[in-house]
Design a binder for this molecule. Structure first.
Ligand code: GDP
Length: 299
């Protein structure tokens, strides 16, 4: 996803490190090119401005110009600014928290087609395999025909469990039944896959808010499609303004998105990216580590 950005930045830094000494004008020129590279990668403008300001602050004065390897110093400043942009200074990878009494409710929200149902099954499989958790999945999507069946099929594929479907049951009632069933049957986690829409609308937001109020989820994960760039960030912000989103699952990171969504998401929404969807297969899920992503970008 970051190939183009990575290529652009390595061009800038190659030129910089070839010089023995740097003038302030050299640093300015490099930062101008970094700024263009970030904007071309579709990073939100305010985020780019903060980023450049942070690097410039580190670079001003004597430190960079007078250091023995000034080019390397600039690269380090850019690396640190990238990590900060991606993680807001949080040091460790922010995994899904299950630190609550069982059954722990996890609610999945997002637009239709963002990868919500697939991500629900991916996360359920991972919690079962890596942490030995007993996970119940329930689809609250009463809108899209066959959405509930889709989750049931995925659950079967991964050897997991989904809540039996009761035709005509409204979303809040399904969610309550899922929690009740999970309590009675000793599940550790209940994953609630809510309905999406093609775009943000009031009805959707009301439904999401109602389910949230009725279930008080320990994690509310917003699923956003990296391929939609800044739209993904706008959508995430709209959800965040309505329900307390605790983390973001960024999907289609395996596609040829320019990276702007991944790079702007944390700074614009204030929510940590927790997981990356990297393919259609159920195992195609990665933890999000800001420093690894920064390392990947800077090569
Ligand atoms: P929902 O409407 O939000 O529940 O979306 P789905 O889970 O049904 O996913 C829509 C499509 O995107 C399906 O074809 C998925 O296989 C695909 N998909 C989901 N996540 C990823 C991902 O990380 N990478 C790729 N390449 N495809 C994905």
């Amino acid at each position: 996803m970051f190939d183009k950005l990575s290529e652009r930045l390595s061009g800038v830094f190659d030129r910089l490190t070839k010089r023995g000494a740097l003038s302030e004008a050299d640093v300015d020129e490099a930062l101008r090119e970094v700024r263009i590279a970030l904007l071309e990668a579709d990073v939100a403008l305010p985020v780019v401005k903060d980023f450049i300001a942070q690097v410039r602050e580190g670079a001003v004065g004597e430190a960079v110009v007078k250091s023995i390897t000034p080019g390397q110093m600039v690269i380090k400043l850019v690396h640190d600014a990238l990590v900060k942009m991606l993680s807001a200074g949080e040091e460790t990878a922010t995994a899904i928290s299950l630190n609550a009494p069982a059954p722990v409710p996890i609610m999945m929200v997002g637009l239709q087609g963002s990868g919500k149902t697939t991500s629900t099954a991916k996360i359920a499989k991972r919690l079962a395999e890596r942490q030995g958790k007993k996970v119940l999945m329930a689809s609250l999507d009463t809108r899209r025909p066959a959405a509930q069946q889709q989750l049931a099929i995925l659950a079967e594929q991964i050897g997991g469990r989904s809540l039996p479907i009761v035709p005509g049951e409204p979303p809040v009632a399904i969610a309550k039944r899922a929690l009740q069933a999970a309590r009675l049957e000793g599940f550790d986690v209940v994953m609630l896959d809510t309905a999406g829409r093609l775009a943000i609308d009031e009805e959707l937001m009301d439904e999401v808010a109602q389910v949230h109020a009725a279930t008080n989820p320990h994690e509310t994960l917003l699923v956003a499609d990296a391929m939609t760039g800044q739209d993904a960030v706008t959508v995430a912000k709209a959800f965040k303004d309505r329900v307390s989103v605790t983390g973001i699952v960024l999907t289609r990171v395996d596609g040829d998105a320019r990276g702007g969504a991944a790079l702007s998401m944390r700074a614009v929404t204030g929510c940590p990216i927790k997981l990356l969807g990297v393919g259609e297969k159920i195992d195609a899920l990665e933890d999000f580590h800001a420093d690894r992503i920064a390392g990947r970008i800077l090569g």
